[in-house]
Each structure stands twice: as C-alpha cells, then as structure tokens.
Write a new protein. Structure first.
Length: 256
C-alpha cells in the first residue's frame, strides 16, 4: 500500500509476515530499495495476502490480525503507531529536518535495548547509548543497524549510509534515528520474544549455513608487526608442541 505524505514524499507499507512490516519513504514515483536490496543482502520476501488495508487523505491503517499499523500524516510529520491487539508496541513520528530524516519513538519505563553489532563495546545493553553507524578501524568494525527491545519488538534500518541512533542519551524517554538520505526505509518486527524477533530479522537478511568444522577450532592471531619468519615460527611451535591450531591470522601490520 502507498499513500501520499505530502508533495515531496510517499509512504509505502509492505506486510512481509503477520508480525513484520516494512515502511519506506521515497520521493513520489520512486520504488523503495537500497544497495542492500540491489546486491542481495536482503532477501526479496513476497508480501502476504491476508492483510486488511484502508487508506484515506490523512492517513492509513494496516492490520494482519497480529499486528496493526496506524499512519497519520500532516505536511510536516508522519505519525506511526504499531499495535498488537489493544497494546501499543511502538509509537513515534517521522519528519524531515534539513538534510536529515528524523525518526523519534517513545520508550517505556524500564525498557531495554540490545543490538547494533560492533557499534560499541562498553556494554551489551544499549539504553542511554548513542551509536555512530560507521566503520572505524579498532573502534567499530561491524556496526549493524538492527536492535531489539524488551518491549517485544525489533527494528532494522535498511541503509548503507552513515547515520546515528540515540537510545535515550540526549532525550531520556525517547530514542531517535538521524539519517542524511533521500528517503527512509525500515522493517518493524514484533516478537514478542528475542528468539521470535531474531527469526524475523534473519528471514529478511538470510540465515547462514553451518560453518565448516575447522572454523570452530583454535584461531591464533599473530603480533601486529610479525614478519613472515615469525609467522612460520609460530606455526612450527604449534606443530612441535602438538597444539591443534586451525587458523593463523595476520594483523594489519602485515600489509605495511
């Protein structure tokens, strides 16, 4: 289903499962999609058919029987409410702030967040955390724009661009996404449990096969400035001491 937000933006809602909805904001006439879609990092899941959709001039609602989405549009702001039955799972707004899209959502009392990959290593629990989603050597190797909430939902932002997530650090009680892009695209996944949320996330991004047996063995990483002689000496020492070693890895200093 597609509705017109204002003269500059259209909103597309695609229901991928009874607990998964994709929300895409694009210029009018442009199909949703990012580089993650184009290069196959996100699976092309066909929408389900058992969906009730109603659209009007100022909004729309989508209902699957398990998950409801209510949209209310004004020229400057789009309000979203995700509900399961009579319970509000997530409520917030989308708006354009200069070059950025801003998504702002309310937090429940005691709500906790987990995810974002290697966006930060201070704590696994992300409440009060501000994530700069950009790779930086040593600091952030694999930031992932996906999080899960103890309120029973997860959200995956479909983008390869640099952006930030503020999980209540600047404004307690609210979490925000700021993205400088010509559109916004995200997947809302209702669980309610983390196992259910992860299952929905991997249905979107793909599920990896079981790695080979050797990958579960001992991995040894050489010193940063190890040369070829030192690397071979390490390998010989493992063999002489009969210590099983499946992988010997090289640090970036090898490239220098």
């Amino acid at each position: 289903m597609t509705i017109r937000w204002n003269e500059q933006w259209s909103v597309h809602c695609t229901t991928l499962a009874s607990n998964i909805m994709r929300i895409s904001v694009t210029p009018p006439g442009k199909k949703p999609g990012t580089l993650l879609n184009r290069y196959g990092f996100i699976d092309d899941i066909p929408p389900i058919k058992k969906v009730e959709e109603n659209a009007g001039e100022a909004g729309a609602d989508v209902r699957t029987g398990k998950l409801d989405l209510l949209l209310a549009a004004t020229p400057d702001r789009l309000a979203l409410t995700f509900k399961t039955g009579d319970t509000v799972a997530l409520e917030g707004t989308l708006e354009r702030d200069g070059e950025n899209f801003q998504a702002c959502f309310g937090m429940r009392t005691g709500e906790q967040f987990f995810g974002f990959g290697d966006a930060g290593r201070e704590t696994m629990e992300r409440t009060g955390f501000c994530a700069d989603m950009w790779i930086e050597n040593v600091v952030r190797y694999i930031p992932i724009p996906f999080m899960m909430s103890t309120a029973g939902y997860g959200l995956f932002l479909n983008t390869t661009r640099r952006h930030t997530w503020d999980m209540g650090k600047k404004t307690p009680g609210k979490w925000r996404i700021a993205l400088a892009d010509n559109g916004l695209d995200f997947y809302f996944i209702h669980g309610p449990g983390f196992k259910d949320i992860l299952s929905g996330y991997t249905a979107i991004t793909g599920r990896p096969p079981l790695p080979p047996k050797w990958s579960f063995g001992l991995w040894f990483i050489c010193r940063y400035d190890a040369d070829s002689t030192q690397v071979m000496n390490d390998a010989v020492n493992f063999r002489d001491r009969r210590i099983p070693c499946d992988v010997i890895g090289l640090e970036p200093g090898w490239m220098e």
